[in-house]
Design a protein around this ligand. Structure first.
Ligand code: GDP
Ligand code: MN
Length: 388
């Protein structure tokens, strides 16, 4: 789950990282009042709070010098849809703004924290190339990406942070402050079960202060039950509607760009099903794992979720009945179709416990279902059906 910039900055501040003064607002009037409180006479930065980066280039971050401009920019941004290179064509709705002190930047750096799967360690990534697309820096000038691997038993050692700072090109005064930033970022990452903490840019102001000018935090959904504070930061308006519904029902669902709706049990089988679809020239519309202990009701809701997407042109059901029984799956599908109707072609591959009963139920249901025994055949049938 992603957090907004203002939430990420609140967390960073709790962990000792300096941030510019700012107030989150939801109306034009609040924006004007916040500006007056944040910095008498300005300048300010008006920042759209959306779950996407690249706001600056898309007009979602505006440097303004007068209260009239705060009012004008806030009015324009609130309620608008922002399109950045990370949002896709639908864009994201702007409901909240951060009215922030407009600071003078001397230099922009990059700092992030994530898990490196190859070393199985938490790492910090630093770069002198702040404020830019870090993927581009990594592709064009990989030598400018510096990594720091953290030993989980020792935690961040100050010397490591200093070493990183000097390699990033910072002077002694900045490096001393960086130690606090790196320690704070690492502690936030570990203590709040984050999957990513990113500060881009981390700046040095003209008066020598190191602070987080922008921040992105993603928390691990699987650990969110341990963190009431971050769980409450969820903003459903920024999430895919179907992903949000799935989350409420307790399904593992990820919306994708293709047109084949997939309903599968088990994350591994779901991945394999998507791979086989792609292998045969298809594009999955979603990843959906109904889970091992799925009931007919959950299956029915999952099936309705797939049907509710206008992108979906064909449905592929791939179930290996182990813990979940094939007749339960069939019952769920039939219930969903009775309730919402079905105009799409459905390919079903069932194997495992109670497979005969499940197949028979589907055959007798009168639904237009293409049955397949084997995954390759099933995928080919779904790809062909979606292409029609
Ligand atoms: P992003 O485009 O979504 O990553 O949004 P950022 O918060 O990173 O803002 C984009 C850029 O706007 C930054 O890299 C800065 O160059 C600039 N910017 C943001 N806030 C300030 C500020 O307070 N002062 C100045 N001078 N520039 C800012
Ligand atoms: Mn940024």
């Amino acid at each position: 789950m992603n957090l907004h910039e203002y939430q990420a900055k609140e967390l960073l501040q709790q962990f000792g990282v300096a941030i510019p003064k700012g107030i989150k607002v939801t109306s034009q009037q609040e924006a004007i009042e916040a500006a007056k409180e944040v910095r008498h006479g300005g300048p300010w930065v008006v920042k759209a709070q959306v779950h996407a980066g690249g706001r600056g280039k898309a007009g979602g971050v505006k440097f303004v010098r007068t209260i009239q401009d705060v009012e004008e920019v806030s009015g324009r941004l609130l309620g608008s849809t922002l399109h950045t290179h990370q949002t896709g064509p639908e864009g994201v709705k702007v409901h909240q703004l951060l009215i922030q002190d407009g600071v003078d930047i001397a230099k922009e750096y990059y700092l992030s924290c994530l898990v490196d799967r190859s070393t199985k360690r938490v790492i910090l990534i630093g770069s002198s190339e702040g404020g830019m697309d870090i993927e581009e820096v990594a592709a064009k000038t990989p030598e400018k990406i510096l990594t720091l691997t953290i030993d989980p038993t020792a935690g961040v050692q100050p010397y490591q942070a200093r070493d990183l700072g000097f390699k990033m090109g910072m002077g002694k005064k900045e490096v001393d402050q960086l130690v606090k930033v790196v320690t704070g970022v690492y502690n936030l990452f570990v203590q709040k079960d984050c999957s990513m903490v990113e500060i881009n840019p981390l700046i040095v102001t003209t008066d020598g202060q190191v602070m987080a000018l922008d921040a992105k935090v993603s928390v691990d959904d699987n650990a969110i039950y341990r963190h009431k504070d971050t769980a409450e930061m969820r903003d459903p308006t920024q999430e895919d509607e179907r992903e949000h519904i799935a989350h409420e029902i307790g399904l593992n669902y990820v919306a994708l760009d293709g047109n084949i709706g997939c309903m599968v049990n088990g994350a591994g089988l779901a991945m394999a099903t998507m791979d086989v679809c792609k292998l045969h020239g298809g594009e999955p519309a979603n990843f959906l794992d109904v889970g091992g202990g799925a009931t007919a009701d959950r299956v029915s809701r999952a099936f309705k979720l797939i049907l509710s997407s206008s992108k979906v042109k064909a449905i592929l059901v791939n179930i290996f009945g182990g813990i979940v029984r094939c007749d339960t799956i069939a019952e769920g599908i039939i219930t969903a179709v009775k309730e919402v109707g079905l105009t799409l072609p459905v390919v079903v591959r069932l194997q495992g416990t109670n497979v005969e009963a499940g197949r028979e139920m589907l055959a007798k249901s009168g639904m237009n279902i293409m049955a397949a025994d084997d995954l390759t055949d099933a995928a080919k049938m779904a790809v062909a059906a979606a292409a029609k």
